[in-house]
Write a protein that binds this ligand. Sequence first.
Ligand SMILES: *Cc1c(COP(=O)(O)O)cnc(C)c1O
Length: 402
Amino acid sequence: MRRVYVDNAATTQVDPEVIKAIIPYMEDRYGNASSIHSFGREAYDGLEKARKQVAELVNASPREILFTSGGTESDNLAIKGVAYRHREKGKHIITSSIEHPAVLETCRALQSQGFEVTYLPVDNEGIVKMESLESSITEETILVTVMHANNEIGTIEPIQEIGQIAHEHGAIFHTDAVQTAGKIQIDLKKLDVDLLSISAHKFYGPKGVGALYKKEGIVIDPIISGGGHEKGLRSGTENVAGIVGIGKAAELARLRMQEDSKNLTHMRDRIISRVLSEIEESYLNGSPDKRLPNNAHFRFSGVEGESLLLSLDEKGIAASTGSACSSKKLTPSHVLMAIGLDEVQAHGSLRLSLGRRNTIDDVEFVCDTLVEVVGRLREISPLWKRKDLAAPYPHRGALSNA
Ligand SMILES: *Cc1c(COP(=O)(O)O)cnc(C)c1O
């Protein structure tokens, strides 16, 4: 059966060139990067090359790149690292209500340790309300953390403006760029960003490895202590093979970004225009223009997202209702609730996230299948029929009198 993977916001296929780069570091170059001998030096050289490759992707200096076990750890290190280091200055943190759980739950954990957290509201496209940021930021605010782009609905946030406001008030600015790294240009020499999280497996690298950019001069506390690796900020023998993998993935992402982005945008727009024109009562969630090049997120009246996913899966299509992390829960997505959807609308949503390996053929197949499956589900949907009955048709009074 034909299988089409359109869940690239959850994870991506490791690029064959990345696999090729990793293998020698599992076979022959297995040294511990801290060892003095030639095996150790080989591993160390692998780490430092990767540091340079990751730095180049975001236009930072290699000294500003720390390796971690992924996006979740980078977010934890940035947020807890600032909180613990700067708690004497203030105990207030500002974030948004649509962050990834790696940020939201970290903030919640800090709340239970006496920090105060403001969760900024967003508008119905998912863009953070700047007036709320302006009115909540004070001298006590030590950290503002707002994601670069949302993993569910794909909305790109105005991080430059947010960073500027944070800096005007003496706060440190962190952004979770896990969904944007490798997809849209990030120039840290120009952006007002102090800390930035990325994760390899979202841009064709291996799982379990990420990086945190920390601007020169920003001080944070470690959250993992031990032998003092990564300048004392992330102890533990480095995952050399994984780090070589994120380095190679970063290099490929940088070289292919323009072409990838053009292809992804073209495919995304084709999906959006076909779905909205061929499926009645279908709506695009998120922003029409401030949107990741690979994200299409819809809601369909009278259809339940989970049933839609299962039906698509039967046809070989791998999609998602939102975030992979919350897809096993039955509570509606906090992101969809934050943009003003009600529970039923939130449960009728579907995320299609494209990747480098998708083709326009895949896109047509996904659209054809979606049209068919939504139609079939609606035929048997009590929601869809009840909606018809509830509509203010002239015959309704007559029916209820009968
Ligand atoms: C996937 C993701 C993370 C978590 O990264 P892991 O490497 O899986 O821990 C964090 N933030 C966002 C926005 C993500 O999409």
